[in-house]
Design a protein around this ligand. Structure first.
Ligand SMILES: [Ca+2]
Length: 166
């Protein structure tokens, strides 16, 4: 009987866990606990890291963490919503913005993705990207209740949680 109860408890947990989503908690000695969450997207993996880093440090972390890893590039509303869901599911209202992989190289007019894929979709807040003081060359997604899923350009030296794709 006891083993049956355990088995049913396992089934209940498995049933309630979103498909392809698993979480890990790591202790980071300098920034407190880091929360990680993974979501499977086709043959790729989307991975959220809660510890804030600058845009460059986040991109380098993604490259080291997974084979062919980069900050996430977004090419449609489906993936945009998945990234939003992944971060909100993990952090709720406590995380307001997250790095995604869009950037302008040396004040170039056009944005590029750090993984080199084609820039064929964007979800900017109306009026963005506005490149305030010529210092906003990197892209973040709003992931709290304010303008959820929309993008803003911001100073790359700011620190943000981030989402890798590999
Ligand atoms: Ca801006």
């Amino acid at each position: 009987m006891k083993s049956l109860v355990l088995f049913l408890s396992f089934l209940a947990v498995a049933w309630c866990t979103p498909k392809g989503l698993r979480g890990e908690l790591h202790q980071n000695s300098t920034n407190g606990p880091q929360i990680e969450k993974t979501m499977i997207y086709g043959t790729a993996t989307i991975h959220y890291f809660s510890t804030p880093k600058t845009f460059t440090d986040a991109e380098m972390y993604c490259r080291r963490y997974g084979r062919n890893g980069h900050l996430v590039s977004i090419h449609g509303v489906k993936l945009n919503n998945l990234v939003l869901h992944l971060v909100k599911y993990t952090h709720g209202k406590s995380t307001h913005t997250t790095w995604i992989g869009g950037m302008r190289f040396l004040q170039a007019q056009n944005y590029i993705w750090t993984d080199g894929s084609k820039w064929n979709y964007s979800k900017w807040v109306p009026g963005e990207p506005n490149n305030v003081k010529q210092k906003e060359l990197c892209s973040e997604m709003y992931t709290g209740d304010y303008k959820p899923g929309l993008w803003n350009d911001v100073d790359c030296a700011k620190t943000r949680p981030f989402v890798c794709f590999y």
